[in-house]
Write a protein that binds this ligand. Structure first.
Ligand code: GTP
Ligand code: ZN
Length: 181
């Protein structure tokens, strides 16, 4: 299944009607198109394979652990279609698969975040991409996020950060500092 922009716009039009709003009013006329474009962007990682970003850099790079902290991300809770957003810590100790450019790690986080998600699956998908593409000696992914489905409705708990973490290889038993906090 691929993203159907006209179908999404038609569905938003129906949604507005179900709200008792007039989708043909000057104020709302462009809203179905805008919302369809919004979701196209937010779900762009659904059909893509974000792990393909992880192509090793050529050459003999001096190898050491690499950890990026406070990488911002926004994703979408599949239960309520509500955003959850926060920060990722992502790192690895290079192994047989070599070293990647730093920006590729950020793109992997964003790629998997651009799907309908739960935070646990998002964490595992990012970790699996590191594991399978880089065959690292160690790897780790930690996400800390606020879920608007809990802050804006329902439980109405605005300040509850949710932490999820997956560690692999040598870091499973001995995680480095950023994965211990
Ligand atoms: N484990 C997990 N749960 C999530 C995530 N995002 C949202 N949820 C939860 O998914 C659950 C869906 O529960 P339901 O009882 O089916 O839906 P609901 O009646 O709208 O639930 P409330 O939010 O409790 O009002 C809620 O408890 C959400 O807090 C996530 O990333 N991981
Ligand atoms: Zn939710």
């Amino acid at each position: 299944m691929s993203f159907d922009a006209p179908g999404a716009a038609a569905a938003v039009r129906d949604l507005l009607l179900s709200f008792g709003a007039d989708p043909d009013s000057p104020e709302l006329r462009d809203t179905p198109r805008r919302v369809a474009e919004f979701w196209a962007e937010r779900l762009a990682g659904t059909e893509a394979d974000p792990s393909l970003e992880l192509v090793p850099l050529p050459g003999d790079l001096a190898s050491c652990p690499v950890i990026l902290e406070r990488v911002p991300f926004v994703s979408t809770c599949e239960h309520h279609l509500a955003p959850f957003e926060g920060y990722a810590t992502i790192g690895y100790l290079p192994g047989v698969g070599g070293t990647v450019g730093l920006s590729k790690l950020v793109k992997v986080v964003h790629g998997f975040a651009n799907r309908l998600q739960v935070q646990e699956r998002l964490t595992h998908e990012i970790a699996s991409a590191l594991e399978t593409r880089l065959r690292p000696a160690a790897w780790g992914v930690k996400l800390v996020a606020i879920h608007t489905c809990m802050s804006h409705r329902g439980a109405r708990t605005p300040d509850v950060p949710v932490t999820t973490q997956v560690l692999g290889g040598a870091w499973e038993k001995e995680p480095p500092g950023p994965f211990r906090n």
